[in-house]
Design a binder for this molecule. Structure first.
Ligand code: KG4
Ligand code: ZN
Length: 335
C-alpha cells in the first residue's frame, strides 16, 4: 500500500510517500521558520497561507522523487490535530479533496502519534512495549507505549514544553527564532559549570516536568551577570534541561521495568541530550532509539507511517472530515 502523508499542524509543510512493503519512498519539507522569525514566533494566519502555497508543489515533488504518479496512491494520511486550526484545515482539506478525486481513503492522524512512531522508520526498529520521551515545541511527555494507539501517559510538563523553554530562553538571550537549535549550537562552545541553574522537579516523586522556573532563572542570571557570555548561559541552560529530561526518563524506565527508550520530537535532535541519554541508558542496560535526524522535527513521513499502521488495521470512516486543534493523545483509539 502506498500512503501519501501530509503534515501541516504548525510551521512546516511536510509531504511523504510511505510504502508498506518497501518503506519510505520520498519525503519533502518546507519550513516557514524564516518567515516567522521576524515576529519571534509562529503567526497562525501566515502559517495557513503558506501551507496553501506549498502543499501542491511538495506533493508533485514527492511523487516525482519516488518515480510514482497520482494513480499509484492507495490512501492519504493527514495530521488531524493537535495544532493550529487554520493550518490543520489546509492539510486536511487538501488530503480529503485529493482522496475524493482519486477514490481512495483518507485518514486523520494524531501529530504526536506520528512523532512517537517515527523511530520505527529507522533500523533497528524498536519493538513494543517501550517508554517514549516526547519532547517538542508544544509537548513534553513520558509515555508507556504498548502498541499502536496504546499509550499511557506517565508524566508531562506542568507548564512550558521543553522546546518552548529552549525557544523562550533563546528569545531572552537575543537569539534568532527558534532558540532550540541556536542554543545547542552556542552551548557547544560554552562552559556549563560557570553558572548554577536549578533542575526543576528532578527529584520529585512523580514523572512530571516544569520548565518555566528554569527560564525565569536564566532571566535572573542575565540581569545579575550582564557580562555573562551567551555561550556559557546557553550551556548552563542546556545542561539543566538535559539533566531533568534524562533524569526523569531513567526514572520512568526503572519504575516500569522497560528495557527500551524511544526519543521523539524536535528537542530529540539535541546532541547533548542524545549523548546523555545514551550514557545513562548504557549503565542501566537499556537501548535508546531515535528517529533519523531529519525526521525528528515535524515531517510528512511520520504522518504517512502512522496513517499506514492504522489503515492496515482498520478502514477509516468515509467522508468524516474534522480537525482537532486540541486532542489528548490518551484519547486516540487503540488498534
Ligand atoms: O517537533 P517539532 O518540530 O514541532 C512541534 O511539534 O513542536 O519541535 C520543534 C521544537 C522547537 O521548540 C525547537 O526549538 C526544538 O524543537 N529543537 C531543538 C533542537 N532542534 C529543534 N531544541 C533543542 N536542541 C535542538 N537541536
Ligand atoms: Zn511536532
Amino acid at each position: 500500500m502506498l500512503v501519501l502523508g501530509i503534515e501541516s499542524s504548525c510551521d512546516e509543510t511536510g509531504v511523504a510517500l510511505y510504502d508498506t512493503a518497501r518503506g519510505l519512498r520520498a519525503h519533502a519539507l518546507h519550513t516557514q521558520v524564516a518567515m516567522h522569525a521576524e515576529y519571534g514566533g509562529v503567526v497562525p494566519e501566515l502559517a495557513s497561507r503558506d501551507h496553501i502555497r506549498r502543499v501542491v508543489p511538495l506533493t508533485q515533488r514527492v511523487l516525482s522523487d519516488a518515480g510514482a504518479v497520482r494513480a499509484d496512491i492507495d490512501a492519504i494520511a493527514y495530521t488531524q490535530g493537535p495544532g493550529l486550526a487554520g493550518a490543520l484545515l489546509v492539510g486536511a482539506s487538501f488530503a480529503q479533496g485529493l482522496a475524493v478525486a482519486l477514490g481512495v481513503p483518507a485518514i486523520g492522524v494524531h501529530h504526536l502519534e506520528g512523532h512517537l512512531l517515527s523511530p520505527l522508520l529507522a533500523e533497528p526498529r524498536p519493538e513494543f512495549p517501550f517508554i517514549a520521551l516526547l519532547v517538542s515545541g508544544g509537548h513534553t511527555q513520558l509515555m508507556q507505549v504498548d502498541g499502536v494507539g496504546r499509550y499511557t501517559i506517565l508524566g508531562e510538563t506542568l507548564d512550558d514544553a521543553a522546546g518552548e523553554a529552549f525557544d523562550k530562553t533563546g528569545q531572552l538571550l537575543g537569539l534568532p527564532y527558534p532558540g532550540g537549535p541556536e542554543i545547542s549550537r552556542l552551548a557547544e562552545r560554552g562552559d556549563a559549570s560557570k553558572y548554577a541553574l536549578p533542575r526543576p522537579m528532578l527529584h520529585s516523586a512523580d514523572l512530571d516536568f516544569s520548565f518555566s522556573g528554569l527560564k525565569t532563572a536564566v532571566l535572573n542570571l542575565v540581569h545579575k551577570h550582564p557580562e555573562a557570555r551567551t555561550e556559557d548561559v546557553a550551556a548552563a541552560f542546556q545542561a539543566a534541561a538535559v539533566d531533568v529530561l534524562a533524569g526523569k526518563a531513567m526514572k520512568a524506565l526503572k519504575q516500569s521495568g522497560m528495557r527500551r527508550l524511544v526519543v521523539a520530537g524536535g528537542v530529540g535532535a539535541n546532541r547533548q541530550l542524545r549523548q546523555r541519554l545514551d550514557a545513562d541508558a548504557l549503565l542501566l542496560g537499556i537501548r535508546v532509539y531515535y528517529p533519523p535526524l531529519d525526521l525528528c522535527t515535524d515531517n510528512g513521513a511520520m504522518i504517512a507511517f502512522a496513517g499506514a499502521q492504522r489503515l492496515m488495521a482498520t478502514a477509516p470512516a468515509d467522508g468524516i472530515f474534522t480537525v482537532r486543534p486540541r486532542w489528548d493523545l490518551a484519547q486516540v483509539t487503540a488498534l
